[in-house]
Design a protein. Structure first.
Length: 306
């Protein structure tokens, strides 16, 4: 797309010219994105235009008759072109809200999703039952949204965050610095438990591991399949490769009475529960449902010594 088409004429004081107003650009962009696969074309149009105009989205509603500058038109043209090619809005604007916090994101990290807030809420509920200030491990931290949300809600908690991708870890560290939490979260580069001290123990271990099956990865919408990091999506033939490893190794790093919490696909509830149930160190697995009523988190708690 080399240029935005001529918009529908907008009324002016003398009704004598056509202008690139906020209203005109939003209307055209909404229609264009709707025909190019966007599931929320109006929302996308508003977010992109707010980015181009360096304003909050809500401010657009009082600016409908204002005309875009030449620089804003150039920026908007590029954003719309990239969005029409399925690039995620969060990457285009460089941020996404999660648990009430605005996180920097880029193509090195998975985009935070509302479903994952179920994981954070469940961990916070478990943390309330502990007698001491909890030590918490976040495996596969990505943008850091889980660890940072927990640290914000639990000021006395001690956090460690691990990721196999140095680039993703750099994003998480940037977000921690923005939230002034760098001194409360230790970031480690490595595969699952590998970078930890073998003697380290945590009250709670939390993870949003890759859990999409390899076959499903190839069938995901283009905005996910072609842009988000595959290493953060592909969980193997049944989507449970990383969950198996977490369940197998977590007891070696959980304190007495500690729990592992893993996000899962709704279709994996029973399979994930069986993985926990067959491990001798865990009590029966517990499934937590998200706000839509779908299985979303499996909780595995260390069996009390007898």
């Amino acid at each position: 797309m080399s240029a935005l088409p001529q918009p529908t004429p907008q009324p002016t004081p003398d009704n004598s010219d056509n202008r690139w107003t906020v209203q005109a650009v939003l209307d055209w962009t909404t229609g264009h994105l709707a025909t190019n696969g966007s599931e929320s074309p109006r929302l996308d149009a508003e977010i992109l235009l707010a980015q181009a105009r360096h304003c909050r989205r809500i401010e657009l509603y009082t600016q409908y008759d204002q005309e875009l500058t030449g620089e804003q038109r150039v920026v908007m043209r590029d954003l719309v072109k990239r969005r029409a090619a399925s690039e995620p809005v969060a990457y285009l604007v460089g941020h996404r809200e999660f648990f009430g916090i605005d996180f920097f994101v880029n193509a090195d990290t998975l985009i935070p999703r509302p479903d994952t807030e179920t994981l954070v809420v469940e961990l916070l509920d478990l943390a309330k039952t502990l007698d001491t200030h909890p030590s918490i491990l976040d495996i596969g931290t990505g943008s850091g949204c889980i660890a940072i949300s927990i640290a914000t809600s639990l000021p006395a908690a001690r956090l460690t965050a691990v990721d196999i991708s140095p680039k993703a870890l750099a994003v998480a560290q940037t977000n921690a610095a923005t939230q002034q939490l760098s001194d409360r979260i230790e970031f480690l580069d490595g595969d699952l438990f590998e970078p930890l001290d073998p003697n380290s123990r945590f009250d709670l271990i939390v993870s949003n591991p890759p859990y999409v099956t390899t076959t499903e990865c190839d069938q995901l919408p283009p905005n996910i399949r072609d842009h988000e990091p595959r290493i953060a999506l592909d969980g193997g033939s049944d989507g449970l490769d990383l969950v198996r490893r977490l369940v197998a190794d977590a007891p070696n790093h959980l304190a007495p009475g500690g729990s592992l919490l893993c996000e899962i696909s709704p279709e994996q509830g029973e399979a994930a529960r069986k993985l926990v149930d067959t491990h001798p160190d865990f009590t029966s697995g517990r499934i937590v449902h998200d706000l839509a009523g779908h299985p979303r988190v499996v909780v595995a708690s260390i069996r009390n010594s007898t």
